[in-house]
Design a protein around this ligand. Structure first.
Ligand code: FES
Ligand code: FES
Length: 190
């Protein structure tokens, strides 16, 4: 057994776990932070992605004992960090995913959001190719990815106070921005 001191979402937490346990196992089965998903458990799917010192990392491949002294962020920490920074409601990226319908079953979302968040922190205005590249390790069985890419673009654009670039195929503007940005008025359909 190892006695660990982990910094998770800004909290210093003491926990005891078998020496060989991964960070994902400690998060889920010792700390009750089940937002990080156990998908393949072998580094293929990205569902377990957390941030370690701001970088997206696969928690299923990270030995928990090697994570002492590092700043670990899980999906549970995203909104509290936003609130602590003076924001309101969910993190803007979470909000953009919600408004763009960028999820179905939601299993991939924690990892997807933490990978995308890390991208926006190092590259605030990423191209579609950069987004694709940053999210290449996060598999989604449901959405087909388009709304996910759009949500990241929406969050990036809004952070810079501009409207996101409309999809190239659309003749007169951005069909998803109105639906993403506001609730329909009474009697108006999406
Ligand atoms: S659970 Fe870690 S990559 Fe799939
Ligand atoms: S929303 Fe179901 S796996 Fe992505």
């Amino acid at each position: 057994m190892a006695s660990l001191l982990l910094n998770v979402n800004g909290d210093q937490l003491e926990v005891t776990a078998p020496d060989h346990w991964t960070l994902l196992e400690v998060l889920r089965y010792r700390l009750g932070l089940t937002g990080s998903k156990q998908g393949c458990d072998k580094g293929d799917c990205g569902a377990c992605t957390v941030q370690i010192d701001g970088e997206p990392q696969l928690a299923c491949l990270a030995l928990a004992t090697l994570c002492e002294g590092r700043a670990i962020t899980t999906i549970e920490g995203l909104m509290p960090a936003h609130l602590r920074a003076g924001g309101k409601g969910p993190d803007p990226l979470q909000d953009a995913f919600d408004r763009c319908g960028a999820l179905q079953c939601g299993f991939c979302q924690p990892g997807m959001l933490l990978s995308a968040k890390a991208l926006l922190e190092r590259s605030p205005d990423p191209s579609r190719d950069e987004i694709r590249h940053a999210l290449a390790g996060n598999l989604c069985r449901c959405t087909g990815y388009t709304q996910i890419f759009q949500a990241v673009e929406l969050a990036a654009a809004e952070a810079q106070g501009r409207a996101p670039t409309p999809p190239a195929w659309h003749p007169d503007g951005n069909p998803w921005m109105p639906a993403c940005s506001k609730a329909p008025a009474k009697g108006e359909s999406r």
